[in-house]
Design a protein around this ligand. Structure first.
Ligand SMILES: [Zn+2]
Length: 296
């Protein structure tokens, strides 16, 4: 386990790739765990040896709330915007485009397929922290910066005195930026990404894969990461110019591999993501599935 002063980095299995993520542990007199997607055995050992007083979830996604259920008696907080979202399956369906793409039937499919543990993980969250307010955990100061784009309530924990940022799902993976839920926003993602680079910090810790970046590495990685958005624009624009309609476009596998597009939630995100890019490119999707250029 890597330790940077009072901040411990707890890895998830398989380089913290989805469905896992990296957790941070604040080891001061107050024991605070940020996100619970790390290895369950390590999390249990941590709890047995050192204890956990409080869990902070950066956002509601299952890979970051994955092991909340291992801490049944621990207080759990999420950001104020998403506390609303997690109160019902309908809320989650709305924020992920499930309702928008498939209507009430889609919501029922989600209700029947969502693993019980995920429901339990979100159900155990009892409170919220505030955005942009300094919290002091026995001397370890942290700010929860509102950095929307990945989700609307998404936060980046920033330790100003330590110069550490938990960059989470600004994860710099080759997959590229994720903003495919209806609560995701491309322009906000870009703005938040640029904001992170500007922070007075020397250590950036991502939620998945590589992990620890110096500021220089993070800056360079962010440029490449955000450039994937333009590459996606170009790819989609090319298909539209070939005369493809929306249904055809959503069967190619622009973001996800074609072979997993039959999973409802993946299919939903693929469609929702393509709609966002079409909108960005100035197109409108007609009810007939035809893609029309909007006169600007
Ligand atoms: Zn996420």
């Amino acid at each position: 386990m890597q330790q940077i002063g009072p901040i411990w980095i707890i890895e998830g299995p398989n380089q913290s790739k989805v469905p896992f993520s990296r957790s941070l542990y604040i080891n001061s007199k107050d024991k605070v765990l940020i996100d619970t997607g790390a290895d369950p055995t390590e999390l249990k050992a941590l709890n047995d040896q050192h204890g956990v007083d409080l869990i902070i979830n950066t956002h509601y996604h299952p890979d970051h709330t994955l092991h909340n259920h291992l801490f049944p008696n621990v207080e759990k907080w999420i950001n104020p915007l998403e506390f609303e979202t997690i109160q019902s399956i309908e809320g989650i369906a709305l924020e992920n485009g499930v309702y928008q793409e498939w209507g009430p039937e889609g919501v029922e499919v989600l209700r029947n397929h969502m693993p019980k543990e995920w429901v339990q993980n979100l159900g155990g969250i009892s409170g919220t922290y505030q955005y942009e307010e300094e919290y002091n955990f026995s001397g370890v100061k942290v700010n929860f910066l509102h950095t929307p784009g990945h989700t609307k309530g998404y936060v980046t924990p920033y330790f100003p005195k330590l110069g550490i940022v938990y960059a989470g799902d600004f994860d710099m993976t080759s997959f590229g930026p994720w903003y495919f839920g209806s609560d995701g926003d491309i322009e906000k993602f870009i703005k938040s990404g640029k904001q992170l680079v500007e922070l007075d910090a020397n250590t950036y810790i991502t939620g998945h894969q590589k992990g620890v970046f110096t500021k220089q590495e993070f800056m360079e990685a962010m440029d490449k990461f955000l450039a994937i958005i333009d590459q996606r624009d170009e790819a989609i624009d090319k298909y539209v110019h070939k005369g493809m309609n929306f249904e055809e476009l959503t069967n190619i596998g622009i973001f996800y591999p074609k072979k997993i597009l039959n999973t409802i939630i993946i299919r939903t995100w693929e469609r929702s993501g393509i709609r966002k890019h079409l909108h960005r490119l100035g197109y409108h999707v007609h009810e007939s599935s035809e893609i029309l250029l909007v006169n600007k």
